[in-house]
Each structure stands twice: as structure tokens, then as C-alpha cells.
Design a protein around this ligand. Structure first.
Ligand code: CA
Length: 290
């Protein structure tokens, strides 16, 4: 197992120990990695602890239907998915395995690929104008490429970790493993705004891969199979999409890592999800869930 992955897991273990110490295991939302992040009953309960006799208003939870299943490169440690002008792009992580690639949906094959050299650990990608931006996990560097040629152009520095990227059409929106999303100016990569993400007032941490979907920010929560639907204006979680078990047991070899990757094809209104080292990529439809 790569050292960096081990470090990430170690950090998760620390968080879990912290959660247990604080008695928060099973109380979703206080930390994204504490227990089952999809347990909306616990979340509602936690949110109403101080509300006396106020009625419990649960954050809606949605399910999914699989519309189509496609092959996905099981050697791709997926960190970002996005559609742009009818084309499908993916970024991958791990030192020596990091890349950006254009992927043929039907086959999962990389049509074009540009590897990221050591010591960089690639994370999320986003396209704004002519540029594709790629952040790195702990390297504090972001790179830009001409998205049509994958020619690398600029390098920016930033503080903290880089996890996921998306855009509202003007700003870069970046996650960093916390419950804060940072808006950045694409011309300078400087932070211009921060949005704190909460569910009924409870911080939702470990926000990872991002996608802008019809005016909402969708974020999958690291180490869970839950996607938070976030109101960009307030940071409030509007709903949860429960993707538990989306990769069937028969498709698991034991080498898979967590669910990560949301891509939205706005032109055809299609939602795609996958995971790190998963052999399948799914187009899904969101369904009501009681
Ligand atoms: Ca995405």
C-alpha cells in the first residue's frame, strides 16, 4: 500500500479514535468520518439536541437507480470526474500513478493521458475557459493545462491540502478534507471566499470530490458512500444521496478503495459516479427515498 494512502488511513483512524473518545461514533456530521454519514435519524437527533421541543426536521435522503454501467480502469485511483463539451475527463492520484486523462465512456479507455511526475499526488480537476486546473493532495501546488492538448501551462501555490474541484462557472470551488469549501479566482488561484458546510448546524467534514449540479454543489464524503447536496449560498446540506452498495460484491476484488468521483453531463442531464480502483462506472438517476 502506498505510504501516502497509509498516512490518509492513519489520519482516519485518529479521527475515529477522536470520535469514539468524544462519544460521537454513530452521530453523523460532527465529523464526516464518524460512523455512518448516511444515518439521517442520528443527524436529525444531533441537530435537535438543543432545540427542546422543536419538531425534528430531517434532511431528505435520496436513493439511486442505475441507468447504465460502464467499464472503469481498475488501476485508476480516481480523484476527479467531469464532463466538458461532450467529452469525459478523469484525474487520478497516488505518487507515480497520478494523471489527467480523457476517457472513452463506452470502454473506459484513456483516449489521452498526461502523467504527473513525482513527487506530486494528483487530486481534483476542473475546466474553466481554455484551462484545466489540477490540484495536488499535500504538495501545495496546482497546475493548469490547455484542456484540448493537455499541455501544461501554469503552476500556482496554495496553503493546505487539495482534494476536490468544481466550478459555478466563474470561480474555482475547492475542498480540502475539512467542512470548508474554498472559492478561488481562476486567474490567480487566490482564495476569495469560504463556505462552511453544515447539516442542521452540524459540520460536515471530509468533503471530497465535487460537482456542480443544477445550482447545487454535490460532494461525496470521504470513506462513505454518501453524497451531500449543498446549497452554495449558505453551505447548508439540502439532502443526502445514499449510494451504499453501488459497487456489487461480485465486482469487488479486494483492491478497491472508497467511492470517489461525481461527473455531471449538463447537456444530457446525466450523473456518473465511480470509486478509486473500481472496475465499474455508473450512470445513475436520483430517486426519492422514504
Ligand atoms: Ca467532479
Amino acid at each position: 500500500m502506498p505510504i501516502l494512502t497509509t498516512l490518509r488511513r492513519s489520519r482516519a483512524t485518529t479521527i475515529m479514535i477522536l470520535c469514539a473518545t468524544l462519544g460521537l461514533v454513530g452521530t453523523a456530521g460532527a465529523f464526516g468520518a464518524c460512523g455512518d454519514a448516511g444515518n439521517d435519524a442520528d443527524r436529525a437527533s444531533a441537530a435537535n439536541t438543543d432545540s427542546g421541543s422543536a419538531p425534528i426536521v430531517r434532511t431528505p435522503t435520496y436513493g439511486y437507480e442505475i441507468v447504465a454501467t460502464y467499464p472503469h480502469d481498475p488501476k485508476a485511483f480516481t480523484q476527479g470526474l467531469l464532463w466538458h463539451q461532450g467529452r469525459f475527463f478523469e484525474s487520478t492520484g497516488q505518487v507515480k500513478e497520478s494523471s489527467i486523462r480523457e476517457v472513452e465512456l463506452a470502454s473506459g479507455r484513456a483516449i489521452r493521458k498526461s502523467d504527473l511526475e513525482e513527487p506530486y499526488f494528483g487530486e481534483g480537476i476542473v475546466i474553466i475557459g481554455d484551462e484545466m486546473f489540477q490540484v495536488t493532495w499535500e504538495n501545495g501546488k496546482a497546475f493548469t493545462y490547455d484542456w484540448k492538448t493537455f499541455t501544461r501551462q501554469k503552476t500556482f501555490s496554495y496553503d493546505g491540502e487539495g482534494w476536490g474541484l468544481t466550478t459555478d462557472g466563474s470561480s474555482i470551488i475547492m475542498s480540502n478534507g475539512s467542512n470548508t469549501l474554498i472559492y478561488r479566482d481562476p486567474a490567480t488561484f487566490k482564495a476569495v471566499k469560504a463556505v462552511t458546510v453544515t447539516d442542521k448546524g452540524v459540520p460536515v467534514s471530509q468533503l471530497n470530490e465535487l460537482e456542480w449540479v443544477k445550482g447545487e454543489i454535490w460532494a461525496n464524503v470521504w470513506q462513505s458512500e454518501q453524497i451531500a447536496r449543498i446549497d452554495p449560498a449558505t453551505g447548508n446540506v439540502l439532502g443526502w444521496i445514499d449510494l451504499t452498495g453501488i459497487l456489487p460484491t461480485i465486482d469487488r476484488t479486494g483492491k478497491e478503495d472508497v467511492l470517489n468521483g461525481i461527473g455531471y453531463d449538463a447537456e444530457k442531464d446525466r450523473i456518473f459516479v465511480t470509486g478509486k480502483y473500481w472496475s465499474k462506472l455508473f450512470e445513475i438517476r436520483i430517486t426519492p427515498k422514504s
